[in-house]
Design a protein around this ligand. Structure first.
Ligand SMILES: Nc1ncnc2c1ncn2[C@@H]1O[C@H](COP(=O)(O)OP(=O)(O)OP(=O)(O)O)[C@@H](O)[C@H]1O
Ligand code: SF4
Ligand SMILES: [Mg+2]
Length: 363
């Protein structure tokens, strides 16, 4: 018996297209314990969203999906739409980058939260649902919730709308929340507030969290573990400390090197030149090889498996992972390197920061 709430094993997703087969997700696996949080980080096109959509059963019908996705022990791949949509209600909630994807423009936010509550609590009266909706809006940091409850989505700012989506996710009392770039469209201050609201949602529901982002900086202080994706695969995974202090994959080092240094203003370097490979015709070998300063002949021949580097729970997909012990981004890429010490301090303060509900407000 395991306490895993979500187990993804050897997940593969392909899209047949006119130009050939896009291998969007290649052998992705992760396990999420109850209440745990995992950050999935990677550049655009690395397969983060497709992985999440596969878990939710939301991929288009043309997608070919193989592998296994187990929620509380139940296999989800191949489950009927009806069973899946039940589960999407109360088991796994998804928060998208654009809140308008989840909100209905023609209903007030209060109505939408109440609807969710009434669906999941058949005995609940509509008055009680409205009161709870107001309470939930307050919990996610919306000022004057008793007034805001009657607003329509277009009357709220982007940050406010994303809070409403988080409130709806909480109303479902999910076991897992998957948030796909929930802050990308928002400015930095609002981003921090949304991440805080997400923390509150997690704390109140006890849900496990999958936080998808292209920004490694976002996961510091908000997740327990990190999986770095590249070209449809997980190329490194471990605890936040493993990834920030002892990265064992050149791509991760490159991501760390492109983080802003907190001790030097305005310095944000992008050390990884080039772009990720097309997933249409992936050549053999390591997909990062064309961009990797450490590339050797072996790298072009064989794709490195994801295997333990350092300890059993820290995995890396690099032939030369062992040589990276104690190596900083600056030694591999042409960069000043991430200020990991400062980032770790930031992570600690972010985790302990008192909740502030000060907020940008539109109208
Ligand atoms: N319906 C589809 N048909 C064909 N290819 C697709 C489809 N959906 C996604 N892809 C491809 O799958 C790959 C992975 O896409 P995905 O959306 O998962 O990337 P991502 O990591 O979420 O990127 P981003 O940071 O831009 O959101 C991309 O190459 C994308 O073009
Ligand atoms: S396997 Fe080779 S090309 Fe790939 S990341 Fe490691 S050193 Fe670089
Ligand atoms: Mg995406």
């Amino acid at each position: 018996m395991t306490d895993s709430v979500l187990e993804v094993h050897d997940l593969n997703v392909e899209f047949p297209t006119e130009d050939g087969t896009v291998r969007a997700v290649r052998g992705v696996g992760y396990r999420l314990e109850r209440g745990e949080s995992l950050g999935i980080v990677g550049e655009s096109g690395s397969g983060k969203s497709v992985t999440a959509l596969a878990v939710m059963g939301l991929l288009p019908g043309t997608a070919r999906v193989r592998g296994s996705v187990r929620f509380e022990g139940t296999e989800l791949l191949g489950l009927s739409d009806a069973r899946l949509s039940d589960l999407r209600g109360s088991g796994v909630a998804m928060i998208f980058q654009d809140p308008m994807t989840s909100l209905n423009p023609v209903y007030s936010v209060g109505y939408q939260i109440s609807e969710t509550l009434l669906r999941h609590n058949p005995g609940m009266r509509s008055r009680a649902a409205r009161a709870r909706a107001v309470e939930l809006l307050g919990t996610v940091g919306i000022p004057s919730p008793e007034r805001r409850v009657d607003n329509y989505p277009h009357e709220l700012s982007g940050g406010m709308r994303q809070r409403v989506v988080i409130a709806i996710a909480m109303a479902n009392d999910p076991d897992v929340i998957i948030a796909d770039e929930p802050t990308t469209a928002l400015d930095v201050t609002v981003q921090a507030q949304i991440l805080e609201a997400l923390e509150t949602a997690r704390a109140e529901t006890g849900a496990a969290l999958v936080l998808i982002t292209h920004d490694l900086g976002v996961v510091a202080g908000h997740t327990d573990r990190v999986a770095v994706m590249y070209a449809g695969r997980i190329v490194e995974t471990g605890s936040v400390e493993d990834i920030f202090y002892t990265p064992r994959m050149p791509y991760t080092l490159g991501l760390l090197g492109s983080l802003p240094r907190l001790d030097r203003e305005e310095e944000r370097l992008t050390p990884i030149t080039g772009s990720p490979p097309s997933l249409l015709n992936l050549p053999p070998g390591c997909p990062f090889a064309p961009r990797c300063p450490l590339r050797r002949e072996t790298c072009d021949r064989t794709e490195p498996p994801l295997r333990p580097a350092g300890h059993a729970a820290h995995l890396s997909a690099c032939h030369f992972a062992d040589e990276l012990v104690g190596t900083g981004a600056g030694e591999v890429f042409d960069t000043a390197g991430a200020d990991t010490e400062a980032l770790a301090r930031f992570a600690d303060t972010a985790a302990q920061a008192p909740s502030t509900h000060a907020e940008e407000d539109p109208a």
